[in-house]
Design a protein around this ligand. Structure first.
Ligand code: 4NP
Length: 169
């Protein structure tokens, strides 16, 4: 994946982060991009994903994540995993962690001068009453459905927040 266009305000760029970057965060990026496109914001917001670890760098999302997403109309096949890099803090105005462990790792990397929003993705949708996207990697297919349910809700919440910010006027 290439970096966001230089003309884009960092405020409108979002990086979703999980541990391996093959289940939760690529699902979040795919779902969020689709929601942005449906709202006419496909060219206004930029979304990418990354992992805390580098074990799966260069790989497509987990087959189960691809299949579960496809059943809801999302195509994750072109995504490739990568590890987060320090430069991501320059490029992304929003860095959204899937769980508290991911967030702790990101906070340890965060440059002192970072003035973007670093936090738990699900905190954008408090009505969910859950703050972490459970890791589905070692579980069954219901875990991937749960990931989709949670990231669909939080993506809508994020889009509403950004939509107010990036629309002219
Ligand atoms: P993710 O799930 O963080 O949602 O991509 C995982 C994928 C792979 C591993 C752990 C979590 N792993 O240990 O390889």
């Amino acid at each position: 994946m290439n970096g966001p266009p230089i003309v884009l305000a960092p405020d409108a760029s979002i990086l979703f982060v999980c541990l391996g970057n093959i289940c939760r965060s690529p699902t979040a990026a795919g779902v969020f991009r689709a929601a942005a496109a449906r709202s006419g914001l496909a060219h206004t917001v930029y979304a990418d994903s990354a992992g805390i670890g580098d074990w799966h760098a260069g790989s497509p999302p987990d087959r189960r994540a691809i299949q579960a997403a496809r059943r809801r109309g999302y195509d994750l096949t072109s995504l490739r995993a990568r590890q987060i890099v320090p430069a991501d803090f320059d490029r992304f105005g929003w860095i959204m962690a899937m769980d508290a462990s991911n967030l702790r790792a990101l906070e340890a990397m965060k440059p002192r001068a970072y003035d973007g929003r670093l936090g738990l993705f699900l905190d954008l949708a408090p009505e969910l009453d859950v703050r972490e996207v459970p890791d589905p990697y070692y579980g069954g297919s219901d875990g991937f459905e749960r990931v989709l349910d949670l990231v669909e809700a939080a993506s809508s919440a994020l889009l509403s927040r950004l939509g107010n910010r990036v629309r002219p006027g």
